[in-house]
Write a protein that binds this ligand. Structure first.
Ligand code: NAG
Ligand code: NAG
Length: 365
């Protein structure tokens, strides 16, 4: 083993000895790993006190016996109210976005950051999709996740809104008088929406395994109960992009509509962060982002931890091409070492799905 190779391995080992997992991040990736760890701790403390003060209603014992696990608390003590706990989780999630923006600003386009934002959308009720910092990542961003998760999520959100919009369109409904035809139109809105979701996932990230991009969740929650398999004739008969509105920019701008019989092929890659370095804070040393919508907006001010990127400790030396073996053989050590972004997958926003489920109820009345 050459001298420089040896030094690299030792360097990598030293880095990983110091590394710590917080949320999706390995703090050794971050410009300010200590700050990142302590910020996440603060977010947890704030979360616990939010739950205790607002949701637990004297049932500290339940919270403690569940170790703060929301799933557990919801099962053991349902009277706590999921909404309340979700609101606290949402707040924590916003705090974690602050943490990453301040202490891990060199990773704001990474899979880890995008997943942190994904949690925010999943947990918050009616979140604002237009004001979260660094999201979605621009197309040519350095060190960006191999799949632009934010782009998919934003499209899914817009498509879900259009599914409701389409089903409720009085102009179209007024032209239809027969009950059968109304049901037909409603099913067409649903089919076009599902087809658009497939397009948003597969066309945005054709190389990535769709199972990492939420396709299974969509399938179970929406596609199967809404008879996606029977959508062929509807997709032939209706103009999804034009007449049903899914081609509009504010509906996701989907132009390609897959049918059950002509599904795109599955990508095979896992998620990984691409090459490149974010070497200065993207939004400067201090910036503000808006949490919530204008009526109830709260402004979060983020002060960036240190303007100097410590990129040497990031374990970026080896290529990140999505195949774990390359990394392992190149470094000769710590197979588990790099691959930031691996093991991460896109959670589907519960609230996005709730939007579409509303239409299911409408269709089956
Ligand atoms: C593609 O992936 C999905 C989700 O993992 C799976 O259900 C489907 O069977 C796969 N299709 C093919 C042709 O392998
Ligand atoms: C309803 O459908 C009509 C005709 O397809 C379209 O012109 C109109 O913009 C739609 N309205 C909304 C609110 O989407």
């Amino acid at each position: 083993m050459s001298q420089s190779r040896l030094l690299f391995v030792l360097g990598a080992l030293a880095t990983f000895a110091l590394s710590e997992e917080v949320g999706y991040f390995d703090t050794s990736m971050c410009t300010d790993s200590k700050g990142m760890t302590s910020c996440y701790k603060d977010a947890d403390i704030e979360y616990t006190s939010c739950v205790n003060n607002n949701c637990v209603g004297g049932s500290q014992a339940c919270h403690d016996s569940c170790g703060g696990s929301v799933t557990c608390m919801n099962k053991q003590c349902p009277s706590l109210g999921m909404d309340c706990i979700n609101a606290c989780e949402c707040q924590r999630s916003a705090h974690q976005i602050d943490c990453a923006s301040a202490s891990c600003w060199n990773e704001v386009y990474s899979c880890e950051y995008q997943n942190t934002v994904g949690d925010f959308f999943a947990l918050c009720t009616n979140p604002n999709y237009d004001t979260v910092p660094f999201w979605p990542a621009p197309d040519d961003a350095p060190d960006a996740c191999s799949c632009n998760l934010g782009k998919i999520e934003k499209k899914e959100h817009l498509i879900a809104l259009q599914m409701t919009e389409c089903s409720n369109n009085m102009t179209n409904l007024n032209q239809i008088t027969k009950t059968d035809a109304i049901a037909d139109y409603g099913q067409a809105c649903m089919c076009c929406g599902m087809s658009a979701i497939i397009s948003a996932i597969y066309d945005t990230c054709p190389d990535t395994k769709p199972s990492l991009l939420g396709i299974t969740e969509w399938n179970d929650a929406i596609f199967v109960p809404s008879d996606w398999a029977e959508c062929g004739p509807y997709l032939e008969a209706y103009d999804c992009a034009g007449d049903l509105g899914y081609g509009r920019a504010d509906a996701g701008a989907i132009s390609n509509y897959y049918q059950p019989s002509s599904m795109p092929s599955n990508g095979t890659k896992t998620l990984f962060n691409k090459d490149g370095v974010v070497s200065t804070p993207v939004s400067g040393d201090i910036f503000t982002w808006q949490f919530g919508h204008s009526m109830n907006a709260v402004y979060h001010t983020v002060t960036v931890a240190s303007a100097k990127a410590d990129v040497t400790g990031k374990g970026k030396a080896s290529g990140r091409d999505g195949s774990a073996t390359t990394t392992a053989t190149e470094t000769g050590a710590t197979a588990e070492s790099t691959q930031p972004g691996a093991g991460v997958s896109l959670g589907v926003s519960f609230w996005t799905m709730v939007g579409t489920v509303g239409i299911l109820a409408w269709l089956t009345f």
